[in-house]
Design a protein around this ligand. Structure first.
Ligand code: AMP
Length: 281
């Protein structure tokens, strides 16, 4: 596995393998890798001739009072895991190389980035869209792999790629979960034992809403109530949102007619967790 550190180093070898006719998969991450990230790398390695992973804790997607400085960093373990999962290249850029003094161009993210996470974390998807487009420009991959775990991020990137005619295919990968259903997240390591115990309430609440949905309750007000009630029953009181919305636009709907998604963001102590589940009629 080759480690590339400077933006100048990264384009030529990837461009070379593309010219040779190879397909290239790209897996952008912020490090502190877990089985969810490695599943993306394995999926890329299975589908593409070469796989490039990136590790960069992108400062422009963190708000002023968010956890940029305490975001976990576990580089040695990450590199070992990436090699084992089948990555051929790892791009480890420095902040000053991606955002040099005078950097001032940002991507205006699409409408789907505005509700929910977009309201609670203003500027977050502007930072995400900007760094992802920079990575797409630096690394001329055929396919980029993103997790459904970050559902609104996935839609934001899919729409950006479509709107800006970026020549890359976006592949959505399933959420990898702990045995009890908690979605793997780099932030889970910060949960106290008590908060880890409560965290399973997020999954339980998605499953409770799914069950009610499958029994025929398609009104979003009823489904939202199940989400919130189940979170509260599991002692999760800091709910940023827990809502069933249209699966493509993330706009509010009265009732689920084809595809909808339940999106949840909660805070457990100082740790903020998100998860989602898609419903289909
Ligand atoms: P992050 O490092 O958290 O920015 O995530 C990098 C990529 O891994 C994103 O595409 C995430 O959606 C994806 N990812 C994070 N957690 C999971 C998970 N539990 N299962 C599948 N993909 C995940």
């Amino acid at each position: 596995m080759k480690i590339l550190r400077h933006p100048h180093e990264v384009f030529p070898p990837i461009d070379y393998v593309r010219r040779e006719g190879a397909s290239v998969g790209l897996v952008p991450t912020m490090g502190a890798l877990h089985a969810g990230h490695y599943a993306l790398v394995r999926q890329s390695a299975a589908q593409c001739d070469k796989t490039v992973a990136t590790i960069f804790v992108n400062p422009t997607q963190f708000g002023l009072h968010e956890d940029l400085s305490r975001y976990p960093r576990t580089l040695e373990d990450d590199l070992e895991g990436l090699a084992a999962a089948g990555a051929d290249f790892v791009f480890l850029p420095q902040e000053s190389h991606l955002y040099p003094t005078g950097f001032s161009t940002f991507v205006e993210p699409p409408a789907v980035s505005l509700p929910l996470e977009g309201t609670i974390r203003p500027g977050h998807y502007r930072g995400v869209a900007t760094i992802v487009l920079k990575l797409f420009n630096l690394i001329p991959a055929t396919t980029a792999f993103f997790g459904r775990k970050d559902y609104q991020q996935l839609l934001t990137i899919q729409k950006m790629v479509e709107d800006l005619n970026v020549p890359i295919r976006v592949e959505a990968c399933e959420t990898i979960r702990e045995k009890d259903g908690l979605a793997l997240s780099s932030r889970n390591r910060y949960l106290s034992p008590e908060d880890r115990f409560r965290a399973v309430g997020i999954y339980r609440s998605l499953q409770a809403a799914l069950k009610v949905f499958e029994l025929g309750a398609h009104e979003t007000a009823a489904l939202d109530a199940v989400l919130t009630q189940t979170l509260r029953e599991n002692s999760i009181d800091h709910i940023d949102y827990a809502r069933v919305v249209d699966a493509q636009t993330l706009q509010e709907i009265e009732s689920v007619s084809s595809q909808a998604v339940a999106l949840i963001a909660v805070r457990l102590g100082a740790t903020r967790l998100i998860d989602n589940w898609t419903f289909q009629t």
